[in-house]
Ligand binder design. Sequence first.
Ligand code: ZN
Length: 295
Amino acid sequence: MSRTIGVVVSSRIVAGLVENNKLVGSLRVYPEDPEDHEALLDHPVESLCRLILDQAMALPIDGPIDGIGVALPGIVRSGIVEDSPNLVQLKGARMAEALTEVFQAQGVSAPVRCLNDADAIAAGVAVVHDMRNRLVRIWSLGNGIGFGRFPYAEGVWEGGHMVVTLDPKETYCGCGGRGHLEGIMGYRAMRLRFLDMEPEEVFAAAKRGDARCMEFVRLWHRGLAAATATSIHLGGPGPFYFTGNSIHFLDLGLLKEYLWQMVKMSPLQNYILNVLPNNSDVAVIGAAAWARLSF
Ligand SMILES: [Zn+2]
């Protein structure tokens, strides 16, 4: 039996105890209010490490732990966060090292492994839906647009920053790059584009027939279809999962229609599009599985 801790850090910190790829007890969450999207922004790295430790230590740990997997937003390689546009204080942080120290100070000597948060969801899907021998790709739609894949492959995989338009006016991406998917789909980017409307109001107005909002909703879906089509043209077809805080905006039928227009080579057309409920269970299980580095 394996016992690991999975932690997912996004706009919140969520920790869970996992035994044999199943959650034991309930998840620990900071902050508790799901609407508090800014709670982590002001915490420096040391303080974030302390918050992660606090959530993990509050789990019903009873006996030795085999590993701790911590999923973080951004480019995460070899335990270092190379960049993190949506949690900027993490840029350059040696998180695996820092977390190992704080856990060891509490008497927990299990290895700490860090991974990208979207990769944690992909790993979780592979484990929970028994797809360990498939290429699983996920899109996580929130402030940032996360792209995750399983199995692990060396690379950067910042799919949310794929260029999906050559329009020079598309400048809303948090990273500053032009024409990026996140600049269209990201929640923060949508608020910058429609200064007078919240994203929820934009999608509601589109349903009522507002021309400007309808045009944007089409662009939103075409952007996601374009990035998915590019991933299919590079990596082949297979299962794609869509999740995240903005998942309620997704019209799967419209996405399929656009993707059908973009992927025409018959060996590439057996892709499968699935919606994954927006909760942290799968990502926590994925982060925990990563801690063992065996699936
Ligand atoms: Zn970008």
